[in-house]
Design a protein around this ligand. Structure first.
Ligand code: NAD
Ligand code: WQD
Length: 341
């Protein structure tokens, strides 16, 4: 396949893993990233893993002129849009920055795509658009009720895409709602490299395992879940990356326009304590933990109904929890300071 794809935010955690899968599937790749939460080194590693080269453009998605230039020079037929800010807590402290980056950035991108006649987009949405579960597993028609500015940026962009499609049905949009991405590429060369203090469970586990943190705080053991701790649907980042390739292939097969959302999750929930046991098995290190009060804004538990992705995209996860933890540990062991040094 000699098709060129522009990937905004392609140097980030999910973007870099998706670049690997796209290059392996024969696509040409141009990454458009301002590196506000990533390192260019990730892209060197993508090239090492695949033995293929990609094109780098440093730019901001709010810069329409730069996007148009990148779309033209790459000859892209489709865009995967990862570029965005993703820290839930920070989105409450700096909501304007989040709306500007995530919503305005996507508007500029859509305008540039329209100008350049590129009408196919995969958008990184999130299970966070659903909010408190009215039923589980969440299916794509679950009502929307995001509980923080970050989640609202994702829902706003989804609404923008649905409105754009309603006015012009030549657009092709795949909205992918990720559950909890974890893991790293099996090579141990690329993985998550959080800047500053991490918020998510996996990077915090790693800091405990390597002795940078005394113990893991378990936020709440009195939820209505089997062991009282929070339950999430963890998905290996390579499975997630493969979902993007499937979405592109599905859209390419269509004669007309499309606008459809897909849950990308494993369909299975694991509790924090189940995760602790899996971390211990993968790292061979005891993970001391302390039960703490619930974290504000956390939900008890949720998981995905990913039937649509299976039946329409022909996608399903193939990597289990053990693999998610083993791959994460390999990345951490090989790169104790992430991409630096
Ligand atoms: P990440 O921070 O690792 O990657 C985002 C990339 O976008 C980074 O390389 C960053 O430098 C770039 N970027 C941000 N703003 C930009 C801008 N204005 N212009 C150009 N580049 C910009 O995050 P990730 O975990 O890889 O997430 C990718 C996408 O998936 C995000 O949109 C995120 O909201 C979404 N998502 C992530 C998760 C998760 O838990 N990781 C879950 C659901 C959805
Ligand atoms: C997982 C579980 C915590 C840290 C967030 C965003 C969501 C999505 C993914 C982008 C929960 C518990 C955590 C710790 C703990 N991102 N936990 N101790 O909160 O499900 O989702 O990231 O779209 O929008 O909200 O992920 O990894 O923070 O937490 O006990 O030190 O681990 O309470 O049950 P979360 P997480």
């Amino acid at each position: 396949m000699d098709e060129s794809i522009l990937i905004t935010g392609g140097a980030g955690y999910i973007g870099s893993h998706t670049c690997v899968e796209l290059l392996n599937a024969g696509f040409s790749v141009t990454v458009f990233d301002n590196y506000c939460n990533s390192k260019p080194e990730a892209l060197n590693r993508v090239e090492s893993i695949t033995g293929k080269s990609l094109t780098r453009v440093q730019g901001d998605v709010r810069d329409r002129v730069a996007l148009e230039a990148a779309l033209r020079s790459s000859g892209a037929s489709a865009v995967i849009h990862f570029a965005g800010l993703k820290a839930v807590g920070e989105s409450g402290e700096q909501p304007l920055r989040y709306y500007d980056n995530n919503v305005v950035g996507t508007l500029r991108l859509l305008e540039a795509m329209q100008t350049c006649g590129v009408k196919t987009l995969v958008f990184s949405s999130s299970a966070t658009v659903y909010g408190a579960p009215q039923f589980l597993p969440y299916s794509e028609d679950h009502p929307f009720a995001p509980t923080n500015p970050y989640g609202r940026t994702k829902l706003m962009v989804e609404d923008i895409l649905r409105d754009a499609f309603a006015s012009d049905d030549s657009w092709r949009f795949s909205i992918l709602r990720y559950f909890n991405p974890v893991g790293a590429h099996a090579s141990g060369l690329i993985g998550e490299d959080p800047q500053g203090v991490p918020n998510n469970l996996m990077p915090l586990w790693l800091q405990v395992a390597v002795g940078r943190r005394e113990c893991l705080n378990v936020f709440g053991d009195d939820y209505d879940t089997p062991d009282g701790t929070g339950v999430r649907d963890y998905i290996h980042v390579t499975d997630l990356a493969e979902g993007h390739v499937r979405a592109l292939q599905w859209m390419a097969q269509s004669d007309g326009g499309l606008c459809r959302a897909f849950n990308l999750g494993a369909g299975v929930g694991y509790s924090v304590l189940e995760m602790v046991r899996a971390f211990e098995a993968a790292s061979g290190k005891p993970i001391p933990y302390r039960i703490q009060p619930r974290r504000a804004g956390d939900l008890a538990g949720f998981h995905a109904n990913a039937d649509s992705a299976r039946s329409v995209l022909g996608w399903q996860v193939t990597r289990d929890l053990q693999t998610m933890c083993a791959d994460t540990w390999r990345w951490q062991s090989n790169n104790p300071s992430g991409y630096v040094g």
